[in-house]
Design a protein around this ligand. Structure first.
Ligand SMILES: Nc1nc2c(ncn2[C@@H]2O[C@H](COP(=O)(O)OP(=O)(O)O)[C@@H](O)[C@H]2O)c(=O)[nH]1
Ligand SMILES: [Mg+2]
Length: 241
């Protein structure tokens, strides 16, 4: 990474007012030049107002307001467009709920020295997940094993939402073709980057379940991911990817 490289951290939010106010200063504290983009889907709890308030005192905080809850995938795609238009070199995905420790950003950036997409991984040094109920952990763990087995994607954590992209990866993906949300979105984007020949790296992270607010995971998000895995396999076999 060069001193002049610009870093953007995209944080999608839905009802994260208590978390976001504490998280943003920690992210900004990582590097003097890092900027934050919050993509909020009309959170009823006033998340956007809190971010707007913070944006008044610094030009390193940006807010994209979307009218209603339309899913994580679309929120990220809008965020990536913002990053490309504004000339950022490194672009992070990060959850708002402190499951992704901003102090691990330097480790992900270090991995960018030999990769194009670095994924913060819960399953590359044993299992590094704290406070999840066993049922949720088992679901995530085996879903990842299954995804790796079916798609051959060389990652142990394919559904992680903590990652760092080089700009060129975001430029190469045809976002019009990506319609998934939730975990399926993460799997699909990793798969696309891999098929385009980009180098993937996995960086061990410690994932801690949220202390404040509610998870937006649903059975719909899980079945979407299941279908995505088979779809990627079939499309690969047909030579369409
Ligand atoms: N903009 C936007 N953010 C979302 C949406 N769904 C979830 N998020 C955010 O995405 C991140 C991960 O969601 P979370 O509910 O913690 O998922 P979990 O960690 O898998 O339980 C959090 O920052 C959420 O606020 C959505 O539909 N739109
Ligand atoms: Mg979470």
């Amino acid at each position: 990474m060069k001193k002049t490289d610009r870093i953007l951290v995209i944080i999608p939010t839905y009802n994260e007012v208590e978390n976001i106010e504490k998280l943003i200063p920690i992210v900004l504290g990582q590097y003097p030049t890092v900027e934050v983009l919050v993509v909020d889907d009309g959170s009823p709890d006033g998340t956007a107002d809190a971010v707007e308030h913070m944006a008044k005192s610094t030009n390193r905080v940006h807010l994209l307001k979307r009218p209603g809850k339309a899913g994580l995938g679309k929120a990220y795609i809008e965020g990536f467009r913002f990053a490309l238009e504004r000339g950022f070199d490194f672009v992070f995905e990060m959850d708002a709920d402190f499951s992704h420790d901003p102090n691990e950003m330097p480790a992900l950036l270090k991995a960018m020295e030999h990769s194009d997409l670095a994924v913060g991984s819960r399953y590359s040094q044993g299992v590094t997940v704290i406070r999840w109920p066993m049922s949720r952990l088992l679901l995530s763990y085996f879903a990842n094993k299954f995804t790796r087995f079916v798609t051959r994607l060389p990652l142990r954590d394919t559904t992680s939402g903590y990652k760092c992209f080089k700009r060129k990866v975001l430029e190469s993906i045809d976002w019009k073709q990506i319609h998934s949300d939730g975990y399926a979105f993460q799997i699909e984007v990793n798969h696309k980057a891999w098929k385009l020949g980009y180098r993937l790296a996995e960086v061990p992270i410690i994932f801690v379940d949220r202390a404040v607010g509610q998870s937006k995971m649903s059975s719909g998000i899980i079945s979407e991911a299941l279908w995505m895995v088979w779809r990627l396999r079939i499309m690969s076999c047909l030579g369409r990817l």
